[in-house]
Design a protein around this ligand. Sequence first.
Ligand SMILES: CC(O)(O)NCCCCN
Ligand SMILES: [Zn+2]
Length: 664
Amino acid sequence: MGTALLYDEEMTKYKLLWVDPACKIEVPERLIVSYEALVRSGLSDRCISIPAREASDSEILLVHSELYLEAVKKTPYMTLEDLKEFTLQFGDVYFHPNIYHCAKLASGSALQLVDSVMTGKVRNGIALVRPPGHHSMHGAANGFCVFNNVAIAARYAKQKYGVKRVLIVDWDIHHGQGVQYCFEDDPSVLYFSWHRYEHQNFWPNLRESDYDSVGKESGAGFNINVPWNNVGMENSDYLSVFCHVLLPVAYEFCPDLVLVCAGFDSAIGDPEGEMCATPDIFAHLTHLLMNLAGGKLCAVLEGGYNLTSLAQSVCQTVQTLLGDPLPQLANLRGPCKSAVESLQCARSAHRRYWSFLKHAADPPMTDISTKHIKSAMEEEEKTEMAEEERCTEGKVWPEPPERLCPPVCSASVLPDDVACPDGLKRLSSSKDLEPLLVSKLKNRFRTAAVDGDRVTTFSRLYTLIEKLVANEIRNGLVLVPDVAAAMMCVVQDLTSDLVKRVLVVCVGKEKELDYVTTDGKVLVVQISSEDREEQRSKYYIPVCLKKGCSDTSGFIQAVLGLLLPLGYEYNPDLVLLVRMPGSGVVDSMWQQLIGLLQGFAKGHTLVLMQVNEKACMGSTASALLGHPAPPLQDLQTPFPEDGDALERLRERLQADWKTLQTTS
Ligand SMILES: CC(O)(O)NCCCCN
Ligand SMILES: [Zn+2]
């Protein structure tokens, strides 16, 4: 299934008609450069174009009052003076004779997108719209927003498709207070937002934008705010919040639909956000949400005011929605102190509501919410210092790297008598191994002549790895008689001269792990029922699940809170996913793991499985081909000892691995 793209140039046909410094950045060119970038890059042609439509009155009334709608209906007939007058009653927003029409198109586009995804016409999609929506409220326009496009879409999805749980992820740099107010007492809609806050000194300066606004009454726990109290947040900060706050809760919530308030003013260069995260981060943020809700994801444009980073970020998002390989994120160095404080506060505020956050630490000593009563003097200093170093005009960043699709998505190396799963390309041709390699194999296996078919297998394996590294193939599935031996061989002999860093994810028990290196060429993360704490080192990280890999709750917690951060920090060139026989890992969890691991090494994942487990080749192939993993149904509360052990493991490892830091 494809990716929907909604865009209508009619939504570029309104603009600010008077002087208002707060609103001058919201210009038609925002939409034009975004769409043109998609056209120029060839991405728009790869999408399924869905027409915009006007939202009806009843659809708008799902969120807004009749009084407000009737008032906005009058604006097309207003004089310039009337428009100015009408605008005065709202904050940081402007009206125009054509904005009501465009606001209906923006909301209607979001609904068209929901229809396309919910009817299965497409898998996911994006609506490029203006005016944006997430600040508008029941009876008021605000922050360039007239109708709350995403809030209306959430209510619409519930009403028309009986969607039980909607996750709204708001990565715009402003707090979508309109969305928060709409759903704060509603447990069927989980709203997550990060936003520039600076202890309430940043617009819209609301006390209720802080981390302690967790929702009300039956909605308690279903509103997650992560305030950024400093500018300059980077990719590491965003990924830490996804791994340690959003994703654990999102998986536990298990949404039927994901809506994204896709604002790109959180990208580098934006005058509003003043952050330093690069456009390619949105490739990963999108990817990390794509295995939820069976892949049903609707992104709706909110903010984004630097026309260069906006266009690049939109392209990064669309390319991921289309299933293209992800760019490698370089030099992630862990979250900054302020970000750790914020995520620690958010985690501790929510630990009573979410069993996946149950073991979160207490809030930091310096409770950051009281800091907002800053002395005028301090504020004054900050502003002076801020000017020169914060000027975003001077910000430069590299073009996001090309994300080329290898000619072959998934290849397989199988025993001749095993049928190749649909969609996979069987790798049979294999060059003879160099004599040097054969001799290495021989003394590796301490057998005189490494038996024939083993040499064949390893030579095919070697060829596969060469093709992965050369980006001729994206990922591969290998079935071998002895998976432990094959793993050792791949790690020691077949990759040493081909890749710099191999992330080995070992699922299930393994006899000896004597190939662990200390030079960092290999990072092994093993998830099993065995307690291998005494063998732990910087590059060998055993995660022990009391009930083993069949405990999906513990497994996904370890993946989200440990494996993902480690993987991002380690930044491997190849991922070796080894399924030890008898691991007991549940199929949906196995597919989720393969899906999430695609975020590393440009998707170069090599799955090693034992021949006697060929029954799960089908689901493995499906995940390798990029089909969304099935949702993890009814996750139980993780076992306390596992949750606790994971927190302790993170604390012990965070000296070596900064991205594991969740406490300041
Ligand atoms: C959509 C949005 O969140 O980017 N609007 C920002 C309004 C800022 C007003 N000072
Ligand atoms: Zn914004």
